[in-house]
Design a protein around this ligand. Structure first.
Ligand code: PHE
Length: 449
């Protein structure tokens, strides 16, 4: 079967950055930083993004480019060639994508809700006071189910249009607008009185605030935000053209994504600290603080509307990445039509997503250490399983692909840095990443005991 490829190199960047940048940066990053005490965790996060996330991201792209397959088919093919059980990693990545998509759709539904509330707030400001709050949404589980269905429906429609038209067009349109809005909001936020305190919180590393579980949480979040361990980047790599230099692409995606997270911190923490009554560890941090702030700022309602629409498109871009992995794997494995595959996966995500969507209503009683089901699910998957899958992916790439093949795709002689970095990259995948995750896991276990 002929595989589609990106129309332009720009198209690949847009899709890869579109998949990496999303709720992970704006929703998840700030509250994880809040939970882990600020600056020292931010430092850890940047460190692991470069040391763990980027090598894995490059590895996944290379795996896709080399096998021209999605993660499941790629791992099955390599299993047969090497007589090893790599296919487990492929299966786990796809399963991970499905479950993460199911609750990612719920949070995307929250964003959709705030977009519509700000839109109606433009005409009827009283609506925002009444309904533009997170508690209103949290107390209405079925509204969340409805919103996440709308979201998944949109994602299915985009995925059905295929790689070129579907992904490229959507993401191209929204990125520049989002960038401008973010910059303006950051400027506004940094003009608040609490800005100094926020900068200190974010960038002054107080290592005593770190917990034993923080390293594993940082690694998990890095993998989540860079979309590695899900097979997404394997699929995207399989659509790459021969002329593209993968390590350069991996580096750029990592830098853009990391900067976006830091920007999100700069945007949110002055607002949160100014308001002073929102706990920094609240998973709803973004949705608690920003709408309230914007609805009280002159001109903020229009801004809020544009911001949430852009954030929604970012969430859609990321969800498309997730859905695309599951669909492309299903199509590769079963030869099912793309249309059927997209509907089956979308509906499966919707059904699984009912549980997290009802986590603050119907399942409100199910709590662990005060955390609701959605938070427990997110914590288990991202903080624990994802780093483990990441080690598996590193193993598949380092032992499943021949050195010659890896070198062919990594090294371009006219880029001397790629020649110099190649042995380090290989070493990180083989020894560095398993070692780092191993230590982080041991610290987490000690913390639990
Ligand atoms: N990286 C995305 C984000 O930060 C989430 C995501 C994970 C998207 C895996 C696709 C695949 O929001």
């Amino acid at each position: 079967m002929k595989r589609g490829s990106w129309n332009t190199r720009f198209g690949f960047y847009l899709a890869a950055i579109g998949s990496a940048c999303g709720l992970g940066n704006l929703w998840r990053f700030p509250y994880v930083v809040g939970e882990n005490g600020g600056g020292a965790f931010v430092l850890l996060y940047v460190f692991f993004a470069l040391l763990v996330g980027m090598p894995l991201l490059i590895g996944e792209l290379i795996l896709g480019k080399s096998t021209r397959r999605s993660v499941l088919s790629a791992s099955i093919e390599l299993s047969a060639m090497n007589q090893r059980k790599y296919y487990w990693i492929g299966r786990l990545s796809v399963l991970m994508s499905l479950v993460v998509l199911s609750y990612y759709a719920v949070i995307s539904g929250w964003v959709l809700h705030f977009s519509t509330q700000f839109l109606s707030g433009l005409f009827h400001p009283e609506v925002l006071v009444e309904k533009g709050r997170l508690d209103h949404l949290l107390s209405n589980g079925w509204l969340q189910v409805g919103l996440s269905s709308v979201h998944l429906l949109l994602a299915i429609v985009v995925v059905l249009k295929g790689v070129q038209e579907g992904l490229e067009r959507w993401i191209t349109a929204m990125m520049p607008i989002f960038a401008v809005l973010l910059v303006l909001l950051v400027i506004k936020s940094l003009s608040l009185d609490a800005a100094g305190e926020a900068l200190r919180f974010l960038f002054y590393p107080d290592f005593s605030k770190l917990q034993l579980s923080s390293p594993l949480h940082a690694i998990g979040h890095v993998c989540f935000t860079l979309s590695v361990g899900f097979g997404t980047m394997v699929t995207f790599g399989s659509y790459l053209k021969d002329s593209d230099h993968i390590p350069t692409a991996g580096f750029r995606v990592t830098v853009v994504d990391t900067l976006l997270s830091l920007f999100a911190g700069l945007l949110l923490f002055p607002i949160v600290l100014q308001a002073s009554n929102i706990p920094l560890t609240d998973p709803g941090l973004l949705f608690e603080a920003l709408p309230r702030f914007l609805s009280q700022t002159p001109g903020g309602v229009l801004f809020g509307f544009m911001f949430f629409i852009c954030l929604y498109l970012a969430a859609l871009g990321a969800s498309i990445g997730l859905l695309e992995v599951i669909v492309s794997n299903l199509v590769d494995r079963t030869k099912m039509s793309r249309t059927w595959a997209a509907w089956i996966c979308g509906v499966a995500a919707l059904v699984i997503g009912v549980v997290p969507a009802l986590s603050s209503t119907f399942f409100n009683g199910v709590r662990f250490q005060g955390k609701a089901l959605l938070e427990i699910l997110d914590g288990l998957l991202i903080n624990l399983f994802l780093p483990l899958i990441a080690v598996g992916v590193a193993w598949v790439i380092s032992s499943g692909l021949s050195s010659k093949e890896k070198e062919r795709l990594f090294v371009q002689t006219e880029k001397i840095e790629s020649v110099a970095l190649y042995p380090h990259w290989k070493w990180m995948l083989k020894w560095g990443i398993p070692f780092i995750v191993g230590i982080a896991l041991i610290l987490q276990i000690i913390d639990l005991i």
